[in-house]
Ligand binder design. Structure first.
Ligand code: B1M
Length: 210
């Protein structure tokens, strides 16, 4: 039987092969991706972040943990897709300029895909120009921005202003998220919504497009 505490430890200690092996075991046993991700994988990332903050872990530890997390997520991603759902909207998503954190953003992207949205994932370090070009090219319904740093979250406001300057604001909803972001900040910069996690992002997106 899969020991999901081993998955938590494998991610925390940056052990990719072990993380992937336990994840596969859990999948074979029919444990839900949401439980695996939220109860074990995200918690391990929170713990490595706390250790980093306390000076008990360093950037290489973060990188190894991220690599293990990504390896496991790759196995879980296909299970989050529901092939029978019709496309209900187009989302352009990216981590804002200056920010290289992409695990949470990719989780949000996978959840959108799984719930029937078409997703254009622009990756990390995304400028306002890239967001706007992609929104225009794909006739996006939503621009979704992620930021994990208190310094880079400020760039979200630039994107909102650029979207307004481009005359696109009436055509596209703007959603923001990421650990340092909150509702008050979202309102202050003129975004349509803030959500704290991937599940909520999908629910709120559906409401915005209804
Ligand atoms: Co970085 N890092 N990091 N890091 N890192 C944090 C964010 C930090 C909080 C760690 C700490 O000090 N405790 C801290 C930020 C402090 C701050 O600004 N307040 C920090 C720092 C300081 C840094 C560097 C500056 C370190 C350095 O070089 N000295 C540097 C910056 C690089 C850069 O971006 N320019 C850096 C680098 C890195 C790595 C590259 C090593 C690596 C990232 C690898 C990668 O992503 N490919 C990394 C990691 C792994 C982390 C932590 C440990 C984990 C992040 C993560 O993946 N969490 C993180 C500590 C932490 O978060 N506790 C930390 C798991 C993920 C599932 O959660 O991304 O929050 P999260 O996503 C959630 C929600 O936020 C939400 O949904 C997801 C879950 O459902 N969400 C959205 C996210 N985006 C959304 C968008 C939406 C909606 C919801 O749109 C609507």
């Amino acid at each position: 039987m899969a020991n999901l505490q081993d998955l938590y430890n494998a991610i925390l200690n940056g052990k990719l092969e072990q993380a992937v092996a336990v994840t596969q075991e859990a999948i074979n046993e029919g444990i839900s991706p949401t439980e695996i991700i939220n109860q074990y994988m995200v918690k391990a990332m929170e713990e490595i972040g706390a250790r980093f903050e306390a000076g008990k872990a360093f950037v290489p530890n973060l990188l190894l943990a991220a690599r293990a997390m990504k390896g496991s997520l790759e196995l879980l991603k296909p299970l989050m897709r529901d092939k029978n759902t019709a496309t209900i909207g187009k989302v352009v998503i990216g981590t804002v300029k200056g920010d290289l954190h992409d695990i949470g953003k990719n989780l949000v992207a996978s959840m959108f895909e799984g719930c029937g949205f078409e997703v254009i994932n622009l990756g990390v370090d995304v400028s306002s120009t890239k967001f706007i070009e992609a929104a225009k090219e794909h006739h996006a319904d939503i621009i979704c921005m992620s930021a994990l740093l208190t310094t880079t979250m400020m760039y979200m406001e630039k994107v909102v202003q650029a979207v307004e300057a481009e005359g696109l604001r009436d055509q596209v909803k703007i959603m923001v998220g990421g650990a340092p972001v909150n509702n008050a900040f979202a309102q202050k910069i003129g975004a349509d919504a803030y959500t704290s996690n991937a599940n909520q992002a999908v629910q709120v997106a559906k409401q915005l497009l209804a």
